[in-house]
Design a protein around this ligand. Structure first.
Ligand code: ADP
Ligand code: MG
Length: 856
């Protein structure tokens, strides 16, 4: 398995695998069934409705079968669902004959149905006291709520969008393809940006490239069909104010606009002398500036206020989908916004006052339809607060739950010489003060009956592994087993080798289990593990696979947590194991991100490096200066040191002019360093060959190792003193810092040369930070600002929460406020009995995440 490959326990969607048996926790099983179908639907939507070929069968075959034969328990609980699912099954049988639009519509129906099933299985508790408004105005009976019948006032958060007045089935289908199914989803479809039509200026002051509004007098109006395209109608206005004149054009495509009646009506609408307000993007033309596709409104007089929702305002811009116009989307959102005023607020008024927050309905309106910048700011603040609050509530609740499940306390026999002490004596060095402090934190945790959940952060080379081994020995001494998991095989193998060296001297049995462990050996290992003979297992994510069963698992250490998803952690817990858990990362993530992703963990930190390290000298070179890098490599190798050359890619890319590992390896060996031994390491090599390459490099049989980023984590060769990184502009800063940490592990002065082949000046600036700073936190902070959290964590594994609006780099303060409130609330009221609105919102959030599936 290569670096960063997430574990996909089941194929993406199309492999329901074992059918959910009649196990206990039935509604959980149905939940899984629903989720599997939802994932398949999502994939099909993403692939453009082409009837995806799964591993075993086609999408439509899978859906037909599953809808035809839903889990029995499900039908027992919801007998009325059978008929509806059977109808869907019939439609899926004919999937190949359906048009694209029909497929879209079928998928939307199916998603709505599944959503409905999930809701019926876990009916949300009605929030708070009985809703008086509903009681006095009975809901329409039956399910005859066809589009347009309901009034906005009756729209509920979970009303399907197809039933919202003004949203027809076509629009609903298009909205569904944006993942928007219910009324409340639409309000969470936040604007991407705003056009600032509030900028009211004179004609003279129009600045190309900005959006602006003018108020002017119509001199002439002319509406005519385009001479070249009779279906295109042009409305042309000449207007002026006291500073100048302007020509405005608006285009209307479509036959209905070219009727003489329509043209006349247009002309009548803008009689000479009338005042108009016009908003739009200012564009420079050969005839002077104009407004591109302006929004127009006739005013009674230049002084009257504008009625339009858009002119003179901040106009939201949404992510759109094909066939769904901005105007239509804004209208739909307006309709739902009016209803949302009655939906209540998960935060009671007293709390809102205390935190200085708007009420939620006002905030939603202020975001989708802001009166001005200040309203927008305050609205956004409230909604960001909500996102963080829910996130922190669920993380803190989770932490409480984990803490309630007992773990085995792991106590060392006091006084007598322990395994751990003997291990520390084996080491050729003393632990640093920071290492000792962290180790005693961990020991204190291990003695508790609550499972430890601790994140250990420390810069590359700070000596986390030694601390982890000491902790594992505590567990082993207490009669338990330990597991050490690494994100890549390379790293796991290296850990295993090191551990084997040390621990065999202490008579502790260790073994390595990865995806490429041969079957026979694997069987033996699993047996030893199950009967308790094997004390310490090192491995990759393969450790999480089902047949791996421990006799007495006491402590799990997860190395390089930034590549190890929350889900995988859950999987361990899901095996009924309550081990103590230590996760380690060398990519120190900024506090905001740590709180959001690991808010359920305690954090300790090894600050500073062990003594005797000389700092790494980092330089930035242009492609043309590559020779300097090669010179340095030659000098260092002559001194008995070794060098890495790191590339982003394995093979030459056709589209990008990138130097690939394979090509560079050939060139370096044949042309540049014929006298040196140049090795090659990349993620696509079979594991034994990787091992061979690293072995040769670390034993000194190879001087220069050309590698992709597989060396990023953990590879430890103290004699390596040069690292050349090609195409440095293509890496994230934190990743470069991590890579750089592969050198400077011994006493020799080390060098990192970043070769920037990019043209953009911004890359240069970014890279200069690495020359300036060796502080992992500063670098990570910068990375977060420049690239955003998804990139920093690696999008697929991140388990990044449901943050639609909040920014981890800009909203740190709001996060702290929300976290503080979450703590206070749970302190007094762990189950949120007093806050049914919040409880409900949490529940909805979990459902959304369940529906988003295990895709990350
Ligand atoms: P990390 O996992 O934090 O990147 P490692 O645990 O791999 O760092 O340690 C890096 C190197 O430093 C290893 O070779 C390790 O043996 C060595 N080392 C660890 N602790 C100390 C120490 N206190 N003094 C000197 N060297 C140490
Ligand atoms: Mg390490």
């Amino acid at each position: 398995m290569d670096a960063g490959q997430p574990v996909q326990p089941r194929g993406p969607g199309l492999n329901p695998g074992e059918s959910p048996g009649p196990a206990a926790g039935a509604s959980e099983d149905h939940g899984t069934w629903i989720t599997t179908l939802q994932q398949a639907l999502q994939l099909e939507v993403e692939r453009g409705f082409e009837n995806l070929q799964g591993r075993r069968e086609r999408f439509s075959v899978f859906l037909e079968r599953e809808c035809r034969r839903p889990p029995e328990g499900l039908i027992q609980r919801l007998p009325e669902a059978a008929a509806a699912l059977a109808t869907l099954a019939d439609l899926f049988r004919r999937y190949d004959d359906l048009s694209q639009a029909q497929r879209q519509s079928l998928l939307r129906r199916c998603r709505e149905r599944l959503h409905g099933l999930r809701r019926s299985l876990n009916p949300p508790r009605p929030p708070g006291p009985p809703r008086l408004r509903l009681a006095s105005s009975p809901a329409p009976s039956g399910c005859g709520g066809t589009a347009g019948r309901r009034t906005a006032g009756l729209l509920q958060p979970d009303t399907p969008l197809g039933e919202v007045p003004g949203i027809g089935p076509k629009t609903a289908t298009r909205l569904a393809s944006l993942g928007l199914l219910l009324a409340r989803d639409l309000l969470r479809h936040y604007p991407r940006d705003y056009l600032d039509y509030a900028n009211l200026v004179r004609i003279q002051e129009l600045v190309p490239g900005s959006t602006a509004t003018i108020v002017a007098t119509v001199k002439r109006c002319h509406a005519f069909a385009s001479p070249r395209n009779p279906r295109l109608v042009i409305l042309e206005l000449q207007v002026h104010d006291i500073t100048g004149r302007l020509r405005l054009s608006k285009f209307f495509a479509g036959k209905r606009f070219s009727s003489p009646g329509w043209l006349k009506a247009q002309q009548r609408q803008f009689p000479p002398g009338c005042s108009v307000a016009a908003s739009g993007l200012v564009r420079q033309t050969p005839y002077g500036p104009t407004l591109q596709d302006p929004l127009l409104e006739v005013l009674d007089s230049p002084g009257t206020p504008v009625r339009s929702r858009q002119i003179g305002r901040l106009v939201p811009v949404y992510a759109l989908t094909e066939g769904l116009g901005a105007e239509r989307l804004r209208q739909a959102i307006q309709t739902v916004l009016s209803a949302a005023a009655h939906w209540g607020d998960p935060l009671p008024a007293a709390l809102r006052r205390q935190e200085g927050l708007l009420d939620r309905a006002t905030a939603l309106r202020g975001l989708h339809d802001p009166a001005d910048r200040e309203a927008l700011r305050a609205s956004r603040h409230r909604l960001v607060f909500d996102e963080f609050l829910l996130l922190q509530l669920s993380l803190l609740q989770r932490r409480r739950q984990l803490a309630r499940r007992p773990a085995r306390p792991l106590r060392m026999p006091r006084g007598q010489s322990s395994l751990m002490a003997s291990f520390l004596e084996l080491l050729p060095f003393q632990l640093t003060q920071a290492q000792r402090r962290v180790l005693s934190d961990i020991q204190a945790d291990l003695e508790q009956e609550q499972p430890m959940a601790r994140l250990l952060q420390g810069d590359v080379g700070s000596g986390k592994t030694v601390v982890a081994i000491a902790a594992l020995l505590v567990a082993i001494e207490a009669g338990c087993q330990g597991a050490l998991m690494a994100p890549t095989e390379v790293l796991a193998e290296q850990h295993a080798r090191k551990l084997g060296e040390w621990l065999s001297q202490l008579h502790v049995s260790t073994a390595l289990l990865t995806g490429s462990t041969p079957a026979g050996r694997r069987r033996q290992l699993l047996q030893d593990l199950a009967n308790g003979q094997l004390q310490l297992l090192v491995g990759t994510h393969a450790l999480l696979e089902d047949p791996v069963a421990f006799a007495r698992l006491g402590l799990v250490v997860v190395d390089e947590q930034h590549r190890f998803g929350v889900r995988q952690r859950d999987r361990l817990m899901g095996k009924g194991l309550q081990p103590h858990l230590l996760t380690m990362t060398a990519t120190p993530i900024p506090r905001t991100l740590a709180l959001s992703v690991h808010g359920d963990l305690e954090v300790s930190q090894i600050d500073g490096l062990p003594p005797g390290r000389t700092p790494i000298r980092t330089r930035l070179l242009r492609g043309g200066q590559r020779q300097e890098a090669y010179e340095l490599i030659r000098e260092e190798v002559a001194r008995g040191q070794r060098a890495y050359v790191v590339l982003p890619l394995v093979e030459e890319s056709e589209t990008l002019d990138l130097r690939s590992a394979v090509a560079v390896h050939r060139q370096l060996q044949e042309e540049v360093f014929p006298e040196l031994r140049v090795g090659l390491l990349h993620g696509r090599m079979p594991s034994p060959r990787k091992q061979e390459a690293i072995g040769a490099f670390s034993s000194g049989h190879c001087d220069v190792l050309v590698s992709t980023t597989v060396v990023e984590v953990g590879v430890d060769v103290p004699e390596a003193s040069v690292m050349v990184i090609e195409h440095a502009e293509r890496f994230g800063l934190a990743q470069l810092h991590q890579l750089r940490g592969r050198v400077g592990r011994g006493a020799a002065a080390s060098h990192c040369l970043l070769i920037n082949d990019g043209k953009a000046g911004q890359a240069q600036q970014r890279l200069e930070l690495l020359v300036r700073s060796s502080d992992g936190f500063e670098i990570a902070e910068m990375d977060l600002q420049l690239r955003g959290p998804g990139q920093v964590l690696g999008t697929r594994q991140s388990g990044l929460p449901d943050l639609a609006l909040a920014s981890l780099s800009d909203d740190g303060e709001v996060l702290e406020e929300a976290r503080a409130l979450a703590r206070r609330l749970l302190e007094l009221d762990p189950e949120l009995q007093q806050h049914p609105g919040l409880r409900q919102a949490l529940l909805e959030q979990r459902q959304r995440q369940a529906e988003a599936g295990s895709l990350n």
